[in-house]
Ligand binder design. Structure first.
Ligand code: NAD
Length: 301
């Protein structure tokens, strides 16, 4: 008996993360139809063997699994619930996997809407950045029904190495919000260390080497090391998106009565970076904020 064919995928949102993730599914043999707003990103999908679609409606027609990888709550809600959107045009029984980072409350609400129309939904946000998306080594945190997770798991394993169901609808987003709190605080601490080390006249490269071998080691320190050394801030992960995520984590924490004193401060620093015009830069550019405060502003590479 020949093995059953892989599910047909519709991929909505082919940005910094979505494009390489969709390409990894193509490499794993999944048929992928895609839609995103920019034409050149659809050309890139076609060049990797995918099928560009002219609309969400066209992309999701006949799909078994619909994946969304969109900027924020507004875009996900419009694409899922809109007149020309996923729930209106995907087949009954299809599985919708939203991999964007949005508010847990929004994810839980969309899952209810999906169920009312005979579709199933998972929230499956990711961590690992652009490099993790390209390498297929993302960490994927999932919320939703266990049976739906089991169905999605082989597909998710083509995108990431750590794939964990964290609980019911919205739980994946709650874990992602915690992730973003940890990452922002870590970047801010690394940025402060960089300015402190340079002002003290210590060789920064040597210092980062030895810090990376001790308790201060982190994925942030190793992945963002070159950004710090070269002041190279091409995204990566834009400060605008991290600002959105700090809004999600501070609001969600407030709803459950969790105090985030450090998180609140870091959220303000991320907002300040954006207000200073750095929103389009990689989040490692939080270093620029520390430099401004320390009177040592350098131009971005
Ligand atoms: P991006 O801005 O590069 O890409 C978003 C894509 O969504 C764009 O290509 C755009 O065409 C598409 N889009 C927007 N509205 C649309 C619509 N109505 N219909 C179809 N397509 C639409 O963003 P990204 O960096 O890929 O991030 C996507 C999500 O992943 C965000 O929620 C972000 O927070 C999260 N995330 C990003 C990273 C990272 O390192 N970039 C890491 C982890 C998680």
């Amino acid at each position: 008996m020949s093995p059953s064919p892989l599910p047909r995928i519709a991929w909505i949102g082919l940005g910094i993360m979505g494009a390489p993730m969709a390409e990894n599914l193509l490499k794993a043999g999944y048929p992928v139809a895609g839609y995103t707003l920019e034409a050149h990103k659809l050309d890139r999908l076609a060049a990797h063997g995918g099928t560009p679609a002219a609309s969400v409606r066209e992309a999701v027609r006949g799909a078994d699994v619909v994946v969304t990888m969109l900027p924020a709550d507004r875009e996900v809600t419009a694409v899922v619930l809109g007149e020309d959107g996923v729930l209106a045009h995907a087949r009954t029984g299809a599985l919708v996997v939203d991999m964007s980072s949005i508010a847990p409350r929004t994810s839980a609400g969309l899952a209810v809407e999906a169920a009312a129309r005979g579709l199933r939904m998972l929230d499956a946000p990711v961590s690992g950045g652009e490099a993790g998306a390209v390498e297929g080594t993302l960490s994927i945190m999932v919320g939703g029904e266990p049976a739906d997770f089991d169905e999605a798991e082989p597909l998710l394993r083509a995108l990431g190495t750590t794939v964990v169901r964290c609980g019911p609808h919205g739980a994946g987003q709650t874990v992602k919000a915690a992730n973003q709190l940890i990452v922002a605080a870590n970047i801010q601490a690394c940025a402060e260390a960089v300015v402190f080390l340079e002002k003290s006249g210590v060789d920064l490269s040597a210092a980062l080497d030895v810090l990376g071998g001790g308790l201060a080691a982190s994925a942030v320190l190793s992945r963002k090391r070159d950004n710090f050394l070269a002041r190279a801030y091409a995204p990566g992960f834009r400060i605008d998106l991290h600002h959105k995520d700090m809004g999600i984590v501070t609001a969600a924490a407030r709803e459950v009565g969790a105090a985030l004193p450090l998180g609140g401060l870091v959220a303000t620093l991320v907002a300040a970076a954006r207000a200073q015009g750095d929103g389009g830069l990689d989040h490692s550019a939080l270093l620029r904020g520390v430099e401004r405060l320390s009177g040592t502003t350098r131009n971005a590479a």
